[in-house]
Design a protein around this ligand. Structure first.
Ligand SMILES: CC(C)(COP(=O)(O)OP(=O)(O)OC[C@H]1O[C@@H](n2cnc3c(N)ncnc32)[C@H](O)[C@@H]1OP(=O)(O)O)[C@@H](O)C(=O)NCCC(=O)NCCS
Length: 245
């Protein structure tokens, strides 16, 4: 815990600075000064408008009715850390997920995130992150969300293209669900772009159930969000945090 972490009252984040400043620093690390400037120019240009939808899924860990999908025997699931960059760097860039730089990995580990890896010998098959208490979430007010104490959020899942279509992600989530169930969690959430069909297919096969949709509409520089609750169950009411006032 850093006492100088001023942007969060509980001092939870290990890296001080506002959410906006953290985004700028992350972009500088990822894209360099000129790359960051060009991306900012693209983002700030007047775009007339549009809408995108994020689907939120939840798995009820108490129901234990999710299909059991074992990993192929030669694959190993384990918790990762800062010294696993050599494995993370084997995975390609993808617009649906954050790029893993050493800085981002340290930031997320310092913010309480857990890195999970599936590997086949020295080849990376999958990576994903699991957050509890605080979860960085682009587009959310303040740059993140605070799940209830009995919930975890799975984020930034990527299966290596070499291993896709073999059920690696659903099998990894089943094992990860077991780990968090044993640790006392009740709900495991995941968010996906509504147009990401492969991901939605993997998520649904794993036993996640759609619980809400966040519609984001933008017009020029203004963004508005609307959460459509798919279940009416109070357990998922905390997702209202995603809505921008
Ligand atoms: C989404 C993703 C994690 C799924 O992982 P996976 O281990 O391949 O999952 P599955 O094997 O269950 O495949 C899911 C679906 O992907 C599609 N798929 C199959 N082979 C594929 C391939 N070679 N390449 C891409 N997609 C494929 C199929 O529709 C499959 O469903 P099916 O098995 O019922 O036909 C993976 O496609 C990925 O890393 N995508 C890029 C990053 C991303 O979108 N992350 C999700 C953010 S929430």
């Amino acid at each position: 815990m850093s006492s100088s972490a001023g942007y969060r009252p509980d001092g939870f984040a290990a890296v001080p600075g506002s959410a906006a400043w953290r985004r700028v620093r992350r972009a500088l690390v990822r894209h360099g000064t000129w790359g960051t400037f060009r991306r900012a120019a693209v983002k700030l240009r007047p775009v007339r408008g549009g809408e995108y939808v994020h689907v939120w899924y939840a798995m009820d860990l108490a129901a234990a009715d999710a299909p059991k999908r074992p990993l192929e025997p030669e694959l190993e699931l384990r918790r990762g850390g800062g010294d696993d960059m050599w494995l993370l760097e084997q995975l390609p860039l993808d617009p649906h997920v954050s790029t893993m730089t050493p800085w981002l990995v340290q930031d997320w580990l310092g913010s309480g995130g857990s890195l999970w890896l599936v590997q086949n010998g020295d080849r990376a098959a999958l990576r994903c992150w699991v957050f509890r208490d605080w979860c960085p979430m682009g587009g959310a007010p303040g740059g993140g969300i605070r799940p209830p104490s009995d919930a975890v959020v799975v984020k930034d899942v990527m299966t290596s293209p070499e291993f896709r279509g073999r059920g690696v992600a659903p099998a990894a989530w089943a094992a990860i669900a077991d780990a968090y169930r044993e640790d006392g969690s009740r709900w495991m959430y995941i968010r996906v772009d509504s147009k990401n069909d492969s991901s939605r297919r993997a998520i649904e096969k794993a036993g996640f159930r759609e619980v809400a949709r966040l519609h984001t509409r933008w017009r020029y520089w203004w963004r508005t969000t609307r959460l459509v609750d798919g279940t009416g169950e109070p357990a998922h009411g905390w997702l209202q945090q995603l809505v921008r006032a």
